[in-house]
Design a protein around this ligand. Structure first.
Ligand SMILES: Nc1ncnc2c1ncn2[C@@H]1O[C@H](COP(=O)(O)OP(=O)(O)O)[C@@H](O)[C@H]1O
Ligand SMILES: [Mg+2]
Length: 223
C-alpha cells in the first residue's frame, strides 16, 4: 500500500540546511493503524506531508499502491490525494460559513458526487455517531471535541485508503481526546484504511497496531 524508500528531506533555515528526514525506509499495508511519536520538531508533520504528497522529498521514492509518486505531475498528485488520502489536523479547519452537514459532505462534492447523495451520506455518518442533532449547526456553535469529531467524519466520508492525522487530539481535553481518537480508530477499522496518527500522547500507544518514534530523522519501532 505505502512504501517509502530512502526518503530524505531537508529545509534551509537561516543559511543552514536542516536534515529533518534521513534515509528513511517504511513499508505499510492497508488495514493498519500506526502511531507516530516523537518530540516537537522531530519531523512528524514533515513526514505526514511527504506521505500525503503535499511536499516532495529532497531524495527517495514514495510508492502508493505500487505507483511511484515522485514521477507524478501536480495534477496526478492532486487526483491521487483527492481519491485516496484524507488529512485530519489538530485545528479542525472546518469551514465556518457552512453547516456541519455541508462540511462533511464537501469532499464528496469535490470528487464529483451529486448534492443529494453527498448530503445523504453525511447524514448517515452524523447519525451513526450521535451527532445528527448538530447537522444544521455552524462549527462555531459546537464544542472543540464536537468540531473535531465532525472533522474526522469529513475526512472519512470519501472512504480514503490512507488517513493521515497530525496531532488530531492535540487541542482537546482528556475526555474529548479519547472520544476523538476512538472515533478515528473505529472508523479506520471499519474502512480498513492505512491510518497514521502523529501524537505526543503515550496513553494511546496501546491502541495502535504498530508505533514508531521519529529520532534523528529515522523511525524506531516502539514495542
Ligand atoms: N517549511 C519549513 N521551512 C523550514 N523549516 C521547516 C519547515 N517545516 C518544518 N521545518 C523544520 O523541520 C523540523 C521538523 O518540523 P515538523 O515536521 O513540523 O516537526 P513536528 O511535527 O514533529 O513537530 C523543525 O526543525 C522545523 O523547524
Ligand atoms: Mg507537527
Amino acid at each position: 500500500m505505502l512504501n517509502l524508500i530512502k526518503i530524505s528531506h531537508n529545509y534551509f533555515q537561516g543559511g543552514n540546511t536542516v536534515d529533518v528526514i534521513k534515509d528513511l525506509d517504511l513499508s505499510l499495508k492497508r488495514n493498519c493503524i500506526v502511531g507516530l511519536f516523537g518530540p516537537s520538531g522531530s519531523g512528524k508533520s514533515t513526514l505526514l506531508n511527504l506521505i500525503g504528497l503535499i511536499e516532495k522529498p529532497s531524495n527517495g521514492n514514495i510508492f502508493i499502491d505500487n505507483c511511484d509518486t515522485i514521477k507524478f505531475k501536480d495534477e496526478m498528485k492532486t487526483k491521487l490525494r483527492r481519491e485516496k488520502i484524507s488529512f485530519i489536523f489538530q485545528n479542525n479547519q472546518l469551514l465556518e460559513d457552512f453547516t456541519c452537514l455541508e462540511n462533511i459532505a464537501l469532499p464528496l462534492l469535490l470528487n464529483g458526487a451529486t448534492f443529494s447523495d453527498s448530503k445523504q451520506k453525511a447524514l448517515n455518518l452524523l447519525s451513526k455517531f450521535n451527532l445528527e442533532n448538530k447537522k444544521n449547526y455552524k462549527p462555531a456553535l459546537l464544542s472543540g471535541g464536537e468540531q473535531q469529531r465532525i472533522s474526522v467524519l469529513r475526512a472519512l466520508i470519501k472512504q480514503p485508503k490512507i488517513i493521515l492525522a497530525d496531532e488530531p487530539t492535540g487541542s482537546l481535553d482528556k475526555i474529548n481526546a479519547k472520544i476523538v481518537m476512538e472515533n478515528i480508530i473505529n472508523l479506520s477499522r471499519q474502512l480498513e484504511t492505512l491510518t497514521i496518527v502523529a501524537t505526543h500522547n503515550l496513553n494511546f500507544l496501546s491502541l495502535f497496531d504498530i508505533s514508531y518514534e521519529l529520532q534523528n530523522g529515522k523511525l524506531l519501532e516502539l514495542k
